[in-house]
Write a protein that binds this ligand. Structure first.
Ligand SMILES: [Fe+2]
Length: 192
């Protein structure tokens, strides 16, 4: 289940003003207010941690077909990273600065966790921590950036209208530098 955190303004010193939403209906409504679609889909097909991308796509073919039909997506692939993935930092560095795409960013998380920061055109940056079972669609043009959580593990199905449209366009605003890429899900809470 995703959770959403509205962080304090960087440098405001108002750390206790941050609000974390964990209720499913509240999360869905908050994100919908920013044009972001959110649903829970059960990742019900067991896929071995070392399975190939093709094996993942085959296991989830039914869900992928449903999403393609619904959203007009032409292709799907799998992002599958773990701490030992070669050049992981270089790969992540492409997406951890504020950027936008010419098409939607659609992810169905089937393992692991990740952290989106979203910067609305008129409003404060908020963070969405996604985990297995989360289906999220960040609309084209939305300013955002993405980080992995501490365990550096995510496996997600990505859907594209046209893969060429998914090139990141960097805003170079520097806004991302004011936010720590720290996840805040159940594991964080458990550590107190
Ligand atoms: Fe992106």
């Amino acid at each position: 289940m995703a959770s959403v955190k509205i962080p304090p303004r960087p440098g405001s010193g108002q750390a206790d003003n941050q609000v974390t939403i964990r209720d499913r209906a509240e999360v869905t409504a908050f994100l919908a207010g920013h044009g972001i679609e959110y649903e829970r889909w059960t990742p019900e097909h067991p896929v071995a941690p070392d399975a190939s991308a093709d094996a993942v796509l085959t296991a989830y073919a039914r869900e992928i077909d449903t999403l393609k039909a619904r959203g007009g997506y032409a292709t799907a692939d799998v992002i599958d990273v773990k701490p030992e993935t070669p050049n992981l930092d270089m790969m992540l560095a492409k997406f951890n600065r504020e950027h936008w795409h010419d098409e939607d960013e659609v992810r169905f998380i089937i393992e692991g966790r990740g952290l989106f920061h979203v910067h609305p055109p008129a409003g404060e940056v908020f963070a969405i921590e996604v985990e297995a079972g989360d289906l999220i669609r960040v609309p084209r043009g939305t300013h955002h950036w993405f980080d992995l959580c501490g365990e550096k593990r995510i496996r997600a199905i990505r859907l594209f209208q046209d893969t060429a449209g998914w090139t990141p366009h960097y805003t170079e605003s520097g806004v991302d530098k004011g936010f720590e890429p720290v996840c805040f899900g159940p594991a964080y809470v458990a550590r107190g």
